[in-house]
Design a protein around this ligand. Sequence first.
Ligand SMILES: CSC[C@@H](O)[C@@H](O)C(=O)COP(=O)(O)O
Ligand SMILES: [Zn+2]
Length: 216
Amino acid sequence: MSFADIMLEDKQRVLREFTEVKADFASRGWFPGTSGNLSMRVGPFTPEQFHFAVTASGKDKTKSTPEDFLFVDQDGNRSEATALKPSAETSLHREIYRLTGAGAIFHIHSVHNNLVSELFWERRSVRIDGVELIKAFDIWDEDAVIEIPILPNYADVPRIVPEITANLNPRIPGLLIRKHGLCAWGKDAFEAKRHLEAFEFLFEYAYKWELLNRGR
Ligand SMILES: CSC[C@@H](O)[C@@H](O)C(=O)COP(=O)(O)O
Ligand SMILES: [Zn+2]
């Protein structure tokens, strides 16, 4: 389906939800130094064809302006004419949508997500064992253990894409990029936000647990 054929109400709903999530994350200090980017899909999805709204690159995401978002397609091309530049990390969002069919993807840099990505870099994952908040990912097993993948960070962002293709775990709606940040996703903005908040809680827990137990 072409972008013009997607219902105006759907595009407006996406922009409304987008604006709310962005303001909420900004109030928590989750966009330090213009870092972070958000995207939300709109209209029908096939892995070969989809559209999503994404934050414009390099903006101060704590501010709300008419130039915060633009729509792009599965190849990262603008869906409609605009001078805005999509996030420098749009290729990561594209690949996650292609692989998962998610409805929203949120990327933030935090001190805890950066710390655990380095602390557990050798095992290439953060292991979380039996913590209640794992249920936020719809994993209900007794004493569930999950591994959140850690991917290498490259200045040339498209080089990270094959790492996503190779390491994304369909059970785990998020991944870390080493000393960079977290990407978390869900079927819609509500779910993606729940996942992102749970990851951030679990990273703080994993970091503090490791410190408490080191040298014991
Ligand atoms: C300003 S440091 C952060 C950037 O390098 C990048 O990682 C980031 O998250 C934001 O990039 P952006 O192009 O604004 O979406
Ligand atoms: Zn980033």
